[in-house]
Write a protein that binds this ligand. Sequence first.
Ligand code: 6CS
Ligand code: FE
Length: 320
Amino acid sequence: MVHNTDPFPTRLKKKRDPFVRTDPVVHSRNQHRWEGPLDEVALSRYERDGFLWFEGFFNQERMTPFFDELKEMAKDEKLMESDQIINDPNTGEIRSVFGMHELSDHFQRLTRDPRILGMVRQLLGSEVYIHQSRINDKFGFEGSGFDWHSDFETWHSEDGMPRMRAVSASLMLTDNTEFNGPLMLIPGSHHYFVPCVGETPDLNWKDSLKAQRLGVPDRDVLAMLADRGGIKAPKGPAGSLMLFECNTLHASNKNMSPWPRSNLFFVYNSVDNKLGKPFSTGTERPEFLGARENCTPLSMHDEFPELANQGVTPPKYHGY
Ligand code: 6CS
Ligand code: FE
């Protein structure tokens, strides 16, 4: 089912050509209110490529508590049985845990780290909230890949996200190497909306989170965009951070190495871009896939609340 007034028609019966996006990539141009830590070079690079890579954004030790928390979560049988846990289609191991920012204060605080939130507000030109958060795990030798897709194509067609005004932050909880299935992106692909063929069945998410079959662009379009922009797979130590625009085409390979690949994703959506009716299905997806109730604008957290409470001016951020 496709609305004929849909500005981003997809999940069609017949192929339609890609078209150039009309939404800005950086939404805060010439608005002083949303100035942030990104300089013009970074803003232009994000505009050109559709992503920014920050190797070693946090030091690796900072990632340990997240792993400890995940091990605790794995003991929570009720959580392990919930729909928020997606298992690998081949091995049955945990592939994704959705709603991390609501399961863990640690993760929730991270979404409000001023250095990340400052960049995101600058890119989206508004207050923001968390549309979706997840951990994607790829165990050694097993973790399956994801086919090429635009997250916006799914979030628009299945969640009713109106415009391209969201950004994903992906934090590497483990080293991301060329061997363990790092995220691959096609620079510049975010400048085109690529309609996809294949109608969306109800409850598609029960399968699509295991393997992306719908919302995968035709190979000739993928080839055209990759010929233009190439393919990049940023690699780096645990603690590295990627920001990628909601419409940037991305995929990842199977993990063929003995080492795990675990990434935390949290998706920021503009408060001016809240979800409406899905464009390609009759039913809304669950809250943990697309927030509709909990859309409170995020406030930056004090990095050192214990100091602030003692009236001590917290130190400026040192790279921790
Ligand atoms: O359907 C979704 O929301 C998820 N699917 C993929 C393959 N990436 C974005 C998101 O986690
Ligand atoms: Fe994705």
